[in-house]
Design a protein around this ligand. Sequence first.
Ligand code: MSP
Length: 521
Amino acid sequence: MSNTYYVTTPIYYVNDAPHIGHSYTTIAADALSRYYRAAGRDVHFLTGTDEHGIKIVKAATDRGLTPQQLADSVVVHFQQLWKDLEITNDDFIRTSSPRHEKRVQALVSEMVKRDEIYLGKYEGWYDEGQEEFVTESTARDNEYKSPINGRPLTRYGEPSYFFRLSKWVPKLIEHIEANEHFVQPDARRNEVLSKLRMGVEDLSISRQQEKLGGWGVPMPNDPSHSVYVWIDALSNYYTALGLPAVGDEFDAAAESYWPCDVHLIGKDILWFHAVYWPCMLMSLGLPLPKCVFAHGWWTSDGKKMSKTLGNFVSREAIAEICAEYSVDVYRYFLLRAVMFGSDGDFSRDALRVRYNSDLANGVGNLLSRTVNMIDKYFDGAIPAPAPDAIAPEAQGVMDAAGALIDSAGPAMAACQFHKYLDSLQGLVDATNRFIDVTEPFRLAKDASQRDRLGGILYACAEAVRLILAYLAPIMPASAIAGLAQLGLGPEATDLVAVGRWGVLTAGTQTNKASGLFPRKP
Ligand code: MSP
């Protein structure tokens, strides 16, 4: 198996500021990246912005800006938010950058050369908010309004270049059938398959340049047309690696990361990623990504988020939550509260309840109990392990630790963050139970029980250490702070070196400190 791991987020439109939906995918990608780095893989994590298309042109015009000015002013909000949320992307691609534009042209030229593109006429409906063509029957069913945002559809009738999409569909169906992980979750895979089996037409992949005021990537074979924004945008996953080489300083810079391990996206943009993108790659003779994973949507306080309802979890709301709790708590809640793939509802109440139950009463309480007892009974030095003396009560802790270690890899490989965190919680609960059953505070009163007491506290410290090490991809700062209380540095998040039982050295000096997750009323 290749040691590289390449994960991407969608590139976000710059017509508006970032919100919870954007942060969700980006945090998920960050958790995967941090996990795989800790597990010894060579990780490449890409995010960026989608800056072309009619949607951006219109948003810019409304604000009295050029599209470039709009993009330049909004991109910084995304970049700042990613910094604030401790996102560790290795690259950030903007589709208006020359490095990307040149490579989109190279890819389209190659498609022209391979006779994958022909000139025709597009006649039909277009959803400008989604940058998407809408069939006559869907348009009619939705009263000629966008099925997504309710705005009127626009009628397009113009010469256009088409990609021979339909020709690749049988091969794509075969690929999806043969590779059960290619489109995930399963329900989405079935949806894509059944829609594909109903038949797919060729795809219009160009717009008249004049309609876009010159904003976009010119078709290399006919500069009076621009490349359709989705063809331009999807290419980013490949162009960002410096591919294909076009004779600039980015050439093949990160070539070894292709094919991508996982494209994380929201369910609304699955068709583009599961159909257009792989067919484009097939037409170019390039390897396909290994997985396209579509997550669900967040509602807020039980309703679809909208500016008019005022229930939008905006950049400002995210900042408020992070100030009240912490960045880590926001990251934890998004990945723990709903199964990745399903829809979820965001509310401050749900966040507080989850915080108190899992973090304050769970791992936070376990860490402070453990460090306090080691401080009190062993002057803060981790006691020696004594596995024989503490059996059989410790069996539950050992089993839960084993379950966490064994299930972490498969859970991350399937983007099942809630399962990963479930096993982590399993070890927290088992260790808290262990303390309740063995009653170290009682043993401490009996000098003949000293070895047994030490063995029990060693097991607790070892369990907390593992919990924090495995928590680090999701809650990096809290994990480091917690490990420091056990007398360990950031290297204690390296799962290859320390992701197993029995690593703590007796005598390590702990550092009692205030609680990691104080209870919130
Ligand atoms: N620019 C395209 C993607 C091109 S990728 C080659 C785009 N951008 S977007 O900014 O509109 O949306 C980006 C992502 O945000 C999508 O994956 C979408 O699913 C996600 N979300 C937007 N609102 C959301 C929620 N309320 N909840 C969860 N995710 C949502 O589409």
